[in-house]
Design a protein around this ligand. Sequence first.
Ligand code: AMP
Length: 280
Amino acid sequence: MEIIRIPRIMQDTGRTLALRGRSIGLVPTMGALHDGHMSLIRLSRMENHATVVSIFVNPAQFGPGEDLEKYPRDEAEDMQKLRAAGVDTLFMPEAGAMYPEGFSFSVKTGELGGKLEGAFRPGHFDGVATVVAKLFNITLPTRAYFGLKDYQQSLIIRRLAVDMNFPVEVVACPTVREEDGLAMSSRNGYLTPEERRAAPAIYGCLGRAEGMLRSGDSSAGEVTGFLRENLSTEPFVAEVQYAGVYDPLSLDELDEFHGKALIAAAVRIGAARLMDNILI
Ligand code: AMP
């Protein structure tokens, strides 16, 4: 596996592959890799000649007081996993290489970026969209892989590619879960053992909400009410930041269900902020 830290060198590698007619799959990550990340990598390996994984804890997507400093980092173990998975190139730039002195442009996500996650993390999606636009320009991917675990992110990146004419196919991949249903996340490590045991209740509540919606006995608005009430009374849930049934394209709250919905929630449990969703 080739390890590249300099954007210009990565770009040359991408260009060389493209000239040889090779397709490139890009899997952007912040490291601390788990099976969720690895599922994206496996798909990219199946669909492309070469797979580039990026590891970059992007300062631009963390707000003041968020966990930028303590975000889990384990370069050695990540590299071992990527080698074992047959990844061709690891792109792992320093922050100064991505945001050199004088850096002054950024991507604005507009309305979509201000909803759900964006309402609690102002500027987060601008930071995500900016770094992903840079990664698209640096790695020149044919396809780029994102997890549905971060549904809003995958929606915004798809929009970014369309609106800005990036010649890349954005692929959204299913959420990988622990055996007890908890969505895998690098941030699950922030949970104490008691909190970890309580955390699968989030997915449990989402699942019951899904059942209610599908049965047709309750309106989407009623299901939202059920979800908020139930999540807030779960042990160790300190705060429900948002929860409800949303339109999967506009992310507006739905009153009535007509076959398509995003059931999503973000809660604080101890030191962790956990989010999860079910897409119907
Ligand atoms: P992160 O390192 O958290 O920025 O995640 C990198 C990519 O992996 C993003 O596209 C995430 O949506 C995706 N991802 C994270 N956790 C999971 C999971 N449990 N299942 C599937 N994809 C995931």
